[in-house]
Design a protein around this ligand. Structure first.
Ligand code: ZN
Length: 241
Protein backbone atom coordinates (compact mmCIF):
# COMPACT_ATOMS: atom_id res chain seq x y z
CA UNK A 1 0.00 0.00 0.00
CA UNK A 2 1.88 2.95 -1.25
CA UNK A 3 -0.70 5.71 -1.35
CA UNK A 4 -1.82 7.44 1.82
CA UNK A 5 -5.49 6.64 1.35
CA UNK A 6 -5.17 2.88 1.28
CA UNK A 7 -2.66 3.07 4.11
CA UNK A 8 -5.22 4.97 6.16
CA UNK A 9 -8.00 2.49 5.55
CA UNK A 10 -5.58 -0.31 6.35
CA UNK A 11 -4.88 1.36 9.68
CA UNK A 12 -8.59 1.62 10.47
CA UNK A 13 -9.00 -2.10 10.03
CA UNK A 14 -6.36 -2.99 12.60
CA UNK A 15 -7.44 -3.76 16.14
CA UNK A 16 -5.12 -3.91 19.17
CA UNK A 17 -5.26 -7.67 18.87
CA UNK A 18 -4.15 -7.53 15.22
CA UNK A 19 -1.24 -5.28 16.10
CA UNK A 20 -0.18 -7.59 18.91
CA UNK A 21 3.60 -7.60 19.21
CA UNK A 22 4.19 -5.93 15.87
CA UNK A 23 5.79 -2.55 15.99
CA UNK A 24 3.59 -0.34 13.91
CA UNK A 25 4.21 3.38 13.64
CA UNK A 26 1.26 5.66 13.05
CA UNK A 27 2.89 9.10 12.80
CA UNK A 28 6.20 10.94 13.09
CA UNK A 29 5.03 12.81 16.17
CA UNK A 30 4.92 11.03 19.50
CA UNK A 31 1.18 10.66 20.19
CA UNK A 32 0.58 13.10 23.05
CA UNK A 33 -2.67 14.32 24.57
CA UNK A 34 -3.48 18.03 24.19
CA UNK A 35 -3.27 18.36 28.00
CA UNK A 36 0.08 16.52 28.23
CA UNK A 37 1.82 19.29 30.16
CA UNK A 38 -0.96 20.70 32.30
CA UNK A 39 0.24 18.77 35.33
CA UNK A 40 3.57 19.73 36.88
CA UNK A 41 6.31 17.10 37.09
CA UNK A 42 5.64 16.88 40.83
CA UNK A 43 1.91 16.22 40.25
CA UNK A 44 2.72 13.61 37.60
CA UNK A 45 5.09 11.78 39.94
CA UNK A 46 2.46 11.66 42.69
CA UNK A 47 -0.15 10.32 40.29
CA UNK A 48 2.16 7.72 38.72
CA UNK A 49 3.35 6.56 42.15
CA UNK A 50 -0.28 6.08 43.21
CA UNK A 51 -1.14 4.05 40.12
CA UNK A 52 2.06 2.03 40.12
CA UNK A 53 1.33 1.11 43.72
CA UNK A 54 -2.09 -0.13 42.56
CA UNK A 55 -0.44 -2.26 39.88
CA UNK A 56 1.91 -3.79 42.43
CA UNK A 57 -0.92 -4.42 44.91
CA UNK A 58 -3.03 -5.98 42.13
CA UNK A 59 -0.17 -8.36 41.40
CA UNK A 60 -0.30 -9.36 45.06
CA UNK A 61 2.91 -7.72 46.23
CA UNK A 62 3.21 -6.73 49.88
CA UNK A 63 3.96 -3.01 49.88
CA UNK A 64 4.70 -3.03 53.61
CA UNK A 65 7.91 -4.93 52.84
CA UNK A 66 10.94 -2.68 53.27
CA UNK A 67 12.31 -3.57 49.86
CA UNK A 68 9.08 -2.71 47.99
CA UNK A 69 7.79 0.23 49.99
CA UNK A 70 9.68 2.88 48.04
CA UNK A 71 9.25 1.33 44.60
CA UNK A 72 6.15 3.27 43.42
CA UNK A 73 7.87 6.59 44.16
CA UNK A 74 11.15 5.44 42.63
CA UNK A 75 9.42 4.32 39.43
CA UNK A 76 7.45 7.57 39.21
CA UNK A 77 10.59 9.66 39.62
CA UNK A 78 12.48 7.54 37.09
CA UNK A 79 9.66 7.86 34.53
CA UNK A 80 9.23 11.62 34.79
CA UNK A 81 12.79 12.80 35.46
CA UNK A 82 14.82 10.19 33.61
CA UNK A 83 13.66 7.60 31.11
CA UNK A 84 10.64 9.56 29.78
CA UNK A 85 11.96 13.07 30.31
CA UNK A 86 12.23 13.52 26.53
CA UNK A 87 8.44 13.78 26.27
CA UNK A 88 8.61 17.29 27.67
CA UNK A 89 9.80 19.96 25.21
CA UNK A 90 11.29 21.93 28.13
CA UNK A 91 13.98 19.23 28.30
CA UNK A 92 14.96 19.61 24.67
CA UNK A 93 18.71 20.31 24.42
CA UNK A 94 19.63 23.87 23.55
CA UNK A 95 21.80 23.71 20.48
CA UNK A 96 24.23 26.43 19.50
CA UNK A 97 25.57 26.46 15.97
CA UNK A 98 28.98 27.71 14.97
CA UNK A 99 30.25 29.10 11.74
CA UNK A 100 32.12 26.55 9.63
CA UNK A 101 35.34 28.58 9.70
CA UNK A 102 37.57 25.71 8.63
CA UNK A 103 35.84 25.38 5.29
CA UNK A 104 35.45 21.68 6.08
CA UNK A 105 33.20 20.37 3.33
CA UNK A 106 33.27 16.60 3.81
CA UNK A 107 30.86 14.61 5.94
CA UNK A 108 31.19 14.58 9.71
CA UNK A 109 30.38 11.23 11.26
CA UNK A 110 29.63 10.65 14.93
CA UNK A 111 29.32 6.93 15.48
CA UNK A 112 28.52 4.54 18.32
CA UNK A 113 26.28 6.92 20.27
CA UNK A 114 24.88 4.57 22.92
CA UNK A 115 21.29 5.17 23.92
CA UNK A 116 18.63 3.61 26.10
CA UNK A 117 15.01 3.95 25.11
CA UNK A 118 11.80 2.07 25.88
CA UNK A 119 9.45 0.25 23.56
CA UNK A 120 6.05 1.96 23.67
CA UNK A 121 4.22 -1.33 23.15
CA UNK A 122 5.68 -3.13 26.16
CA UNK A 123 7.51 -0.49 28.23
CA UNK A 124 10.72 -2.51 28.32
CA UNK A 125 14.14 -1.23 27.19
CA UNK A 126 15.50 -0.72 23.72
CA UNK A 127 19.30 -0.55 23.90
CA UNK A 128 21.17 0.63 20.86
CA UNK A 129 23.73 2.65 19.04
CA UNK A 130 23.06 5.56 16.75
CA UNK A 131 25.44 6.65 13.99
CA UNK A 132 24.98 10.12 12.57
CA UNK A 133 26.50 11.98 9.64
CA UNK A 134 25.94 15.41 8.20
CA UNK A 135 27.53 17.68 5.66
CA UNK A 136 27.74 21.29 6.79
CA UNK A 137 25.99 23.93 4.71
CA UNK A 138 27.87 26.68 6.58
CA UNK A 139 27.02 25.88 10.20
CA UNK A 140 28.56 23.27 12.49
CA UNK A 141 27.16 21.84 15.70
CA UNK A 142 28.99 20.95 18.93
CA UNK A 143 29.70 17.21 18.85
CA UNK A 144 28.14 16.54 22.26
CA UNK A 145 24.90 18.07 20.98
CA UNK A 146 24.52 15.21 18.53
CA UNK A 147 24.58 12.83 21.51
CA UNK A 148 22.13 15.02 23.41
CA UNK A 149 19.65 15.13 20.52
CA UNK A 150 19.73 11.32 20.31
CA UNK A 151 19.24 11.01 24.10
CA UNK A 152 16.34 13.49 24.11
CA UNK A 153 14.29 11.55 21.56
CA UNK A 154 15.32 8.20 23.07
CA UNK A 155 13.88 9.22 26.43
CA UNK A 156 10.35 8.64 25.30
CA UNK A 157 8.18 5.59 24.82
CA UNK A 158 9.36 4.79 21.29
CA UNK A 159 9.37 2.65 18.21
CA UNK A 160 12.73 2.56 16.45
CA UNK A 161 11.39 3.86 13.15
CA UNK A 162 9.96 6.96 14.78
CA UNK A 163 13.11 7.52 16.85
CA UNK A 164 15.15 7.47 13.64
CA UNK A 165 12.84 9.90 11.86
CA UNK A 166 12.52 12.27 14.82
CA UNK A 167 16.32 12.55 15.13
CA UNK A 168 16.59 13.06 11.35
CA UNK A 169 13.95 15.78 11.34
CA UNK A 170 15.56 17.57 14.27
CA UNK A 171 19.03 17.49 12.70
CA UNK A 172 17.76 18.70 9.34
CA UNK A 173 15.90 21.64 10.87
CA UNK A 174 18.68 22.53 13.34
CA UNK A 175 21.49 22.31 10.80
CA UNK A 176 19.43 23.81 7.97
CA UNK A 177 20.36 21.06 5.54
CA UNK A 178 18.92 17.87 4.07
CA UNK A 179 22.38 16.30 4.01
CA UNK A 180 21.88 14.11 7.05
CA UNK A 181 22.20 10.36 7.50
CA UNK A 182 21.40 8.13 10.46
CA UNK A 183 21.77 4.43 11.13
CA UNK A 184 20.37 2.96 14.33
CA UNK A 185 21.17 -0.58 15.46
CA UNK A 186 19.25 -1.67 18.55
CA UNK A 187 18.24 -4.59 20.72
CA UNK A 188 14.63 -4.69 21.82
CA UNK A 189 14.11 -6.39 25.15
CA UNK A 190 10.49 -7.08 24.21
CA UNK A 191 11.93 -9.42 21.57
CA UNK A 192 14.70 -10.95 23.70
CA UNK A 193 13.39 -11.14 27.27
CA UNK A 194 9.83 -12.19 26.42
CA UNK A 195 7.70 -13.02 23.37
CA UNK A 196 9.83 -14.88 20.83
CA UNK A 197 12.86 -14.64 23.19
CA UNK A 198 15.37 -14.08 20.43
CA UNK A 199 18.51 -12.78 22.16
CA UNK A 200 20.62 -12.53 19.00
CA UNK A 201 18.60 -10.38 16.63
CA UNK A 202 19.02 -6.66 16.37
CA UNK A 203 16.99 -4.13 14.43
CA UNK A 204 18.54 -1.66 12.01
CA UNK A 205 16.82 1.45 10.76
CA UNK A 206 18.28 4.16 8.55
CA UNK A 207 17.58 7.58 7.14
CA UNK A 208 19.42 9.09 4.16
CA UNK A 209 18.61 12.64 3.12
CA UNK A 210 19.97 15.02 0.49
CA UNK A 211 23.45 14.06 -0.74
CA UNK A 212 23.29 10.82 1.26
CA UNK A 213 20.68 9.49 -1.13
CA UNK A 214 23.50 9.17 -3.69
CA UNK A 215 25.19 5.78 -3.59
CA UNK A 216 28.69 7.27 -3.27
CA UNK A 217 27.95 9.33 -0.15
CA UNK A 218 25.85 6.58 1.40
CA UNK A 219 28.60 4.01 0.88
CA UNK A 220 31.27 6.34 2.24
CA UNK A 221 29.20 6.79 5.42
CA UNK A 222 28.64 3.05 5.76
CA UNK A 223 32.35 2.38 5.27
CA UNK A 224 33.22 4.69 8.16
CA UNK A 225 30.80 2.73 10.34
CA UNK A 226 32.63 -0.51 9.59
CA UNK A 227 36.07 0.90 10.47
CA UNK A 228 37.50 -0.83 13.53
CA UNK A 229 38.01 1.42 16.55
CA UNK A 230 41.43 3.06 16.52
CA UNK A 231 43.78 0.76 18.44
CA UNK A 232 45.86 3.66 19.74
CA UNK A 233 42.86 5.58 21.05
CA UNK A 234 41.51 2.43 22.72
CA UNK A 235 44.88 1.93 24.45
CA UNK A 236 44.92 5.50 25.76
CA UNK A 237 41.34 5.19 27.05
CA UNK A 238 42.08 1.84 28.69
CA UNK A 239 45.17 3.16 30.47
CA UNK A 240 43.08 5.99 31.97
CA UNK A 241 40.71 3.56 33.69
ZN1 ZN B 1 7.90 -3.95 22.11
Amino acid sequence: MLDGKSNFSHKLLLTDEDIGDDHIMTSLETPLRPDAFELSDEEKMQKIAHHFREIMLTMGLDLTDDSLRGTPKRVAKMYVQEIFSGLNPKNKPKVALFENKYGYSEMLVEKDITFYSNCEHHFVPIIGKAHIAYISNGSVIGLSKLNRIVQYFAKRPQVQERLTMQIAQELCSTLGTDDVAIVIDAHHLCVSSRGVQDVNSSTITAYYGGQFMKEGRKNEFLQYLSLPPSAQVSEVLQSKK
